[in-house]
Design a protein around this ligand. Structure first.
Ligand SMILES: [Zn+2]
Length: 184
């Protein structure tokens, strides 16, 4: 009957204590993605976990490097090139759409980037130039600012169709053929 005396809270605590070190070592063994930076304490960041699902999904996708970015879509053979569809819509200048590009340099999101980095500096006293995006996405002090950046931009949200059929009417209606990222 000793098992019955074990409280649910105690069981949960034991499960949690066991789970996080295991998850961490699994990630380290797998070394899934060099761009993915594990947070130091190994506990989940509560801010994206509490955010609305659509934004939280984009946050986690960008964090893992598996998001709708030019570089990722090219790596999965879903696009012929990794150019930024906002800066380089005609594929002239070959600007790669990396996470770094989207968070720091993309001309389409200048205002939103300025807000993001001002908030990050306020929270951490470290400015834009000192951050790698992988570290930014691993630092819970920055997650409120990053989530706001995602809400105010289309970064990681959708990708334009690869082939331009010239169907301007359909594009004017909202780009129905864009690959929407659907987490639900
Ligand atoms: Zn761009």
């Amino acid at each position: 009957m000793t098992q019955r005396a074990t409280s649910l809270a105690h069981l949960r605590r034991r499960a949690t204590e066991k789970k996080w070190p295991e998850a961490r070592s699994w990630c380290e063994r797998r070394n899934l993605n060099a761009g993915y930076v594990l947070r130091k304490k190994g506990k989940p960041d509560p801010t994206p976990a509490r955010a609305e699902k659509r934004t939280a999904s984009r946050y986690y996708q960008l964090k893992s490097g598996h998001a709708l970015t030019g570089v990722y879509l090219k790596s999965t053979d879903n696009r012929p090139d990794d150019h930024c569809w906002w800066c380089d819509p005609d594929n002239n200048c070959g600007v790669q759409q990396t996470r770094d590009h989207l968070f720091k340099h993309c001309s389409r999101w200048k205002d939103q980037q300025a807000q993001l980095w001002a908030r990050v500096k306020e929270a951490t006293r470290k400015g834009k130039r000192k951050w790698r995006v992988g570290d930014l996405l691993a630092d819970k002090r920055c997650s409120p600012a990053v989530l706001n950046f995602l809400r105010s931009t289309h970064v990681g949200r959708a990708a334009p169709p690869v082939e331009d059929s010239g169907d301007e009417e359909e594009e004017a209606r909202g780009g129905g053929r864009w690959a929407e990222y659907c987490a639900e």
